[in-house]
Design a protein around this ligand. Structure first.
Ligand SMILES: [Ca+2]
Ligand SMILES: [Ca+2]
Length: 344
């Protein structure tokens, strides 16, 4: 019997339609949210290395990350601050010796120039320690505790923070660094993991390796970078035949607890999934978009966040309601994308 045109389509057909729409939406150049008009800042800090080889290693991470930020990710060079234990190692790159005082100075400078909707990315390499109660970051001179570090960094009045603490014992800094609206990544799950960590190297690598872009939308979200790096850490210990002494976690729901497998099941990763360090705005549109294009890009970002919120609320509603809402949002997204393409 032929299908009556007004009859609801079978579920499989509707889901297939949603999948096609989703594929369409992933096509560049407007694959995902734009951060048009919002400033981005970075603080790359490495504390006391304590060993020439490690110092070289940390410097390499920071050099590579700086190259990705100032290169493909198009950070304003004047927005990227590098603090290192020995500035003579690369005076052209390193802004300051990595003392607590200089970190405070950098944060004051950013605070005086930052916009409230800006994003601040903080990458911490080096060593941390934990005495069963307090995490401290080992800097030349006084070592800030995790609480002090949070108060220094969050003195910058920016809405969005991504803090990647890659030091030993860094898991112990998560409770203090965790806040609503902030994404915290640590190399270890607790303060008890005190061995040299590998996570920083792979986290840096994620931003210059297409393999980290798991949904193939042409951009690496913070969650994709975390998942890529965590997977590489796993692989590293297994290929080396070593006992895994670091278990990276991510916290972005502000509850002070990181998860090793962020997802809708544990409520973690919602922010990280839609947060990017790059702009995602095509060169032609960067600061030059018409008011209509700017409005469409902003609307696109809103709808994408609604989709993520819906995914996270899935368990709280009947499946049919979830599918109906998802379909509605995907159709809205496709319509926006079509308008943007038409304007290009
Ligand atoms: Ca991606
Ligand atoms: Ca959490």
């Amino acid at each position: 019997m032929p299908l009556c045109p007004s009859a609801p389509l079978p579920l499989a057909f509707r889901l297939w339609g949603v999948a096609v729409l989703a594929l369409f939406l992933m096509m560049p150049p407007f694959s995902l949210a734009s951060d048009s008009g919002q400033g981005r800042w970075a603080i790359l800090i490495s504390g006391i290395s304590g060993d020439p080889e490690l110092q070289e290693e940390f410097l390499k991470w920071i050099r590579d990350l700086h190259a990705s930020l100032a290169g493909p990710m198009q950070f304003d060079r004047g927005h990227v601050f590098v603090l290192f234990d020995d500035p003579s190692k690369d005076p052209g790159l390193i802004s300051y010796k990595s003392t607590r005082e200089n970190l405070e100075k950098v944060c004051r400078e950013i605070a005086s120039r930052v916009g409230k909707d800006d994003l601040v990315f903080v990458f911490i390499a080096g060593h941390g320690n934990f005495d069963a109660k307090t995490y401290k970051l080992n800097l030349p001179g006084p070592d800030p505790t995790a609480e002090e570090l949070a108060s220094i960094l969050y003195s910058i009045p920016a809405a969005r923070f991504v803090v990647a603490n890659m030091t030993t014992c860094s898991g112990a800094s998560v409770p203090a660094l965790s806040q609503k609206g902030k994404i915290v990544v640590s190399a270890t799950k607790s303060g008890m993991e005190k061995n040299q960590t590998q996570m920083g190297r792979f986290f840096v690598e994620a931003f210059k390796n297409g393999n980290a872009d798991s949904d193939k939308n042409g951009r690496v979200s913070v969650l994709e970078a975390f998942n890529y790096a965590a997977h590489k850490v796993e692989e590293y210990y297994s290929t080396q035949g070593l006992l895994k002494t670091e278990h990276p976690v991510l916290d972005d729901d502000g509850d002070g607890k990181g998860q090793s497998d962020p997802g809708p099941e544990n409520g973690e990763g919602f922010l990280a999934r839609t947060t990017y360090l790059d702009t995602g705005v095509p060169a032609w549109a960067r600061g030059k978009g018409t008011p209509e294009e700017e409005a469409l890009l902003a609307e696109m970002q809103t709808v994408e966040r609604q989709i993520e919120a819906l995914k996270y609320a899935r368990s709280e509603m009947p499946e049919a309601e979830y599918e109906k809402k998802l379909e509605g949002l995907l159709v809205r997204l496709a319509t926006i994308n079509a308008k943007l393409r038409k304007n290009k």
